[in-house]
Design a protein around this ligand. Structure first.
Ligand SMILES: Nc1ncnc2c1ncn2[C@@H]1O[C@H](COP(=O)(O)OP(=O)(O)O)[C@@H](O)[C@H]1O
Ligand SMILES: Cc1ncc(COP(=O)(O)O)c(N)n1
Length: 268
């Protein structure tokens, strides 16, 4: 059986985040990867040097071409850039009846560049979140979505629940990468909370961690795994990818997309 996943996101020329991180992650989890580009960024580990949006009809045609021929078991969104892109993606997701949608509400790159216009925040909340099987904000993104400050674990829990109850997402994971101490992520699945904890690695090479984490959830959902199983696998995938840093680039380098697969081979 060949499982298929689609990423609707921006290109990172540096290969650590965006479409490139997503496709590498799908591949390493043995899922066939497909892409619909929303924007092309000229980017490396030092920052974003240019953003070139793809015309709306080009985005729609990529999505439709993939659904109409190959089929999609699960999809994720990453950088959506503009409100019209969010509206279009929401409309195509509904038209194709896609159920397993992971929304990574990408807003700001690690270097500080804005990857989502402020005017797109309402469209994200109103149009896309209701279609999500799971939303994966980091702490600053969860603060923007909910309009509430998050300093402690209890507030991460409140934010995850608020995103589900207020905006109609089926589930939310508020990621703890930006907190202090252990990087604990909070999953609210509509009924219960689940905490996922790992060791914190002192490294500057965390470019694309959010993209990689949400892509791993998407790949596992494409295989028909439960959300809880998918999030657990994604946590292991990203923790290994961060712990075995590649050390390339002069700035925030990429994570190691081989690490999980190699660890699994050793187990066999
Ligand atoms: N230094 C780190 N050590 C271990 N895990 C981390 C570290 N930084 C982030 N993570 C984990 O990586 C994943 C992505 O989180 P985060 O960095 O918050 O997302 P984003 O890239 O969207 O800002 C989460 O599971 C988070 O807990
Ligand atoms: C095209 C693109 N998409 C997403 C991100 C966010 O990735 P991160 O916040 O992990 O640097 C990025 N830098 N570039």
């Amino acid at each position: 059986m060949t499982y298929k996943a689609l990423t609707i996101a921006g290109s990172d020329s540096g290969g650590g985040a965006g479409i490139q991180a997503d496709l590498k992650t799908f591949q390493m989890l043995e899922v066939y990867g497909m892409s619909a580009l929303t924007a092309v960024t000229a980017q490396n580990t030092l920052g974003v040097h240019g953003i070139y949006d793809i015309p709306l009809d080009g985005i729609a045609k990529q999505i439709d071409a993939v659904f109409e021929d190959l089929g999609v078991d699960a999809a994720k969104t990453g950088m959506l850039s503009q409100p019209q892109v969010i509206e279009l993606v929401a409309e195509r997701v509904r038209a194709h009846g896609l159920k397993r949608l992971v929304v990574d509400p990408v807003m700001i790159a690690k270097g500080g560049a804005s990857l989502l216009a402020e005017s797109a925040q309402d469209a994200l909340r109103e149009k896309l979140l209701p279609l999500a099987a799971v939303v994966t904000p980091n702490i600053p993104e969860a603060e923007v979505i909910t309009g509430k400050k998050i300093a402690m674990l209890d507030e991460m829990k409140e934010a995850a629940m608020y995103i589900v109850k207020q905006f109609g997402a089926a589930a939310a994971v508020v990621k703890g990468g930006h907190s202090e101490g252990a990087p604990t992520d909070v999953l609210y699945d509509g009924e219960q909370f689940h905490l996922l904890t790992a060791e914190r690695y002192a490294t500057r090479h965390t470019h694309g961690t959010g993209c990689t984490f949400s892509a791993a959830i998407t790949a596992e959902l494409a295989k028909g795994r439960t959300l809880l199983d998918a999030v657990h696998t994604a946590k292991r995938f990203i923790t290994l990818a961060i712990s075995e840093e590649l050390g390339i680039g002069a700035g925030h380098g990429p994570t190691n997309h081989w690490a999980y697969w190699r660890a699994e081979q050793v187990k066999k």
